[in-house]
Write a protein that binds this ligand. Sequence first.
Ligand code: GLU
Length: 375
Amino acid sequence: MISRLAKARRIVVKIGSALLVDAKTGTIKASWLSSLIDDLADARVRGAEIIIVSSGAIALGRRTLGLPKGKLKLEESQAAAAVGQIALAQAWSEALRTRNIVAAQVLVTLRDTEERRRYLNARATLSTLLEQGAIPVINENDTVATSEIRYGDNDRLAARVASMMSGDCLVLLSDIDGLYTAPPDQKGASFLAEVKEITPEIEAMAGKPISGVGSGGMITKIEAGKIALGAGCNMVIASGHEMHPFRRILDGERCTWFVANASALQSRKRWIAGTLQPIGHLVVDDGAAAALAKGKSLLPAGVRNVEGSFMRGDTVSIIAATGREIARGLVAYDAGDAARIIGLKSSEIEKVLGFRGRDELIHRDDMVLMGGDRT
Ligand code: GLU
């Protein structure tokens, strides 16, 4: 089980407020943070890419603003987050710098991971940061997120990020070491080391939401598990109380693994094929059709015709010269721009559109090959 983390190539690590912020002083636990960063830097040396989802803005900011203890009103939380996020980003940035790692602050709302166009934008930015060797440090944009566009908890946000980025492991570091069949202090409660499927029984074990420094509790972790497993990403709930919490998981410390049974890419592709209705067509030449069959991306050069009015991020069908639908995917250009660049080399896109977009019209990770006819 440990090897799941050791083998993971793209890891999303979520850190709860209670771990990062000292409840007594309302300040960052600097030595703990530095021990975690040592672990993450080591994981990078082993070839893993790391994305951090960090809570703590509200916990840091409420003290500075002198807000009362207990539950805050939404506007108060948002005000606290506005103050605390600066300190949070600074703490990450400084701590990562000691290991020569560049930190990148990314603030998102629910919509950024659910609406396809925003999703593609967020994903492209995060991919670029990873390519450049930076570590994205993500939090919810609490200050602007009104209730309908809010996650409210970073467990689900982290799971969405893991799914969006095709992560292979989501690590939820929290103040509990995993899932128990009943509240841990209850007699007969036993620890679960592995969960293969989130059944109603598993959900029932999560019990009621806990209120504390963060907003999570076990319920949001189980919800996160559903999202992660649905995207083919393993998830682990582990205690972050001690120093070097990430290394401790690798060393075999007790934790609960939620095990995915499909690869991240397969389930992402199932999602594209099954749940998104194509609203346009790209007719491709034989060369492009052959390239796609070999698992390549669709480049503008191989497209003959653009049909339909779609926006960037919409699902379109890729049609062979014979009229057969050979693939579906999320398109990287609006219909108008796509029509202007078809037949061109990727290096010519900028000259024609006036901006440098993606090289691919549809990236292979955003595409699924299909059988069947167009009609
Ligand atoms: N975004 C919140 C914060 O930074 C945390 C939400 C959570 O802990 O789940 O304070």
